[in-house]
Design a protein around this ligand. Structure first.
Ligand SMILES: Nc1ncnc2c1ncn2[C@@H]1O[C@H](COP(=O)(O)OP(=O)(O)OP(=O)(O)O)[C@@H](O)[C@H]1O
Length: 326
């Protein structure tokens, strides 16, 4: 767990991070989101003491970070920097083995672990281990940087725009792989981005920042549906419809409109052959409907042990009604 209490950073008399507090629970991902220059990277770097805070308190897993030597602290925290930070004259294997070397692991243990991680990241050691960063694509370099940050299995991972240099399609692909990576399921992660969609996909909680301050902290749903002020409202305006439909799930609209229940299944033309869970977002549901050509989507609510059929017009009607209720 990470606790930051009233932390600030002053550069040349300017308070670039101004008295902010947040908590990241064990195993959760918190995203620092905001416009360029609002203090996200500075906040992230204060957590592993790449930048020392001018004031405030930070503890990681119960330990005050200011009681620890910065170099030793950093060996216990995975870090992926904005520009991937790979050493250009080190091979992939040498790059991912930097921390094990500092920790004095023996060669066999280091190689076994490198092999395991690079395999998970679809860069098998046998094929990629001897390559140099400039022989890899941007997405592959980013995956090596992630492997390097994870090799010593640190409980905490800090990531600064980890997919920032990638084109939108590669970015979406690497992000999907990242979400599915078993290694990351238990990690406490702080991730910096200015990409709203990325924040919504990856963050259990999102800290929206402006001019060194936290404007609002909450889940994607809270931020998009209950903005704390005008800044928070307008920040999402350019993608509002997409973000709302991505944040609202079938569970949220379960009782909002009358849908066709499973008993009258046969009355719906082109009946669906697959079902999704009620935790699925409305956006994904509408995408599935549009791809399948079916008239209705079967959605199962495990908690209520019921199955309902939603058509596109059901979904749109429920979304409008739900918005009126908020
Ligand atoms: N070493 C430094 N010396 C002086 N000012 C700095 C230093 N590092 C950052 N700043 C200033 O602090 C402010 C916050 O910078 P920071 O890099 O934290 O922003 P950011 O939100 O991460 O932006 P971006 O998304 O563009 O990376 C900026 O105005 C920046 O110019």
């Amino acid at each position: 767990m990470i606790i930051a209490e009233r932390i600030s950073k002053v550069f040349n008399d300017i308070r670039v991070v101004d008295d902010i507090s947040f908590e990241v629970k064990e195993g959760e991902t918190m995203v620092l989101l905001g416009t360029s220059g609002c203090g996200k990277t500075t906040t992230l770097k204060m957590l592993n003491r790449l930048i020392d805070a001018s004031g405030g308190f930070i503890s990681i897993n119960g330990q005050n970070i200011f009681d620890q030597q910065p170099e030793l602290l950093r060996r216990t925290i995975g870090y992926v920097s904005q520009s991937n930070g790979l050493f250009p004259h080190y091979s992939v294997e040498e790059n991912v083995s930097v921390v094990p070397k500092l920790l004095k692991w023996d060669k066999a243990k280091t190689r076994k672990r490198a092999q395991e991680l690079l395999n998970q990241l679809k860069l098998p050691l046998e094929t990629f281990g001897h390559k140099y960063p400039d022989e890899l694509s941007g997405g592959q370099q980013q995956r090596v940087a992630i492997a390097r940050a994870l090799i010593s299995d640190p409980p905490v991972l800090l990531m600064d725009e980890p997919f920032g240099a990638l084109d939108p399609i590669t970015r979406a692909g690497v992000r999907k792989e990242f979400l599915e990576l078993p290694e990351l399921k238990q990690k406490t992660i702080v991730l910096v981005t200015h990409d709203v969609q990325e924040a919504f996909e990856l963050g259990d909680s999102i800290c929206l920042m402006d001019k060194g301050k936290i404007v609002q902290t909450g889940t994607a749903k809270e931020l998009i549906l209950k903005p704390a002020n005008t800044f928070a409202r307008t920040f999402f305006d350019h993608q509002r419809l997409f973000l709302e439909l991505s944040a609202i799930t079938f569970e949220d609209i379960w009782d909002v409109v009358t849908t066709t229940d499973f008993a009258s299944h046969n009355s719906v033309h082109n009946t669906p052959n697959a079902e999704v869970s009620a935790g699925t977002s409305l956006w994904s549901g509408m995408e599935l409907l549009s791809k399948s050509g079916n008239e209705a989507l079967a959605v199962r609510n495990q908690a209520a042990n019921t199955l309902k059929l939603f058509t596109t017009s059901n979904i749109q009607e429920a979304y409008q009604k739900l918005k009126q209720q908020i």
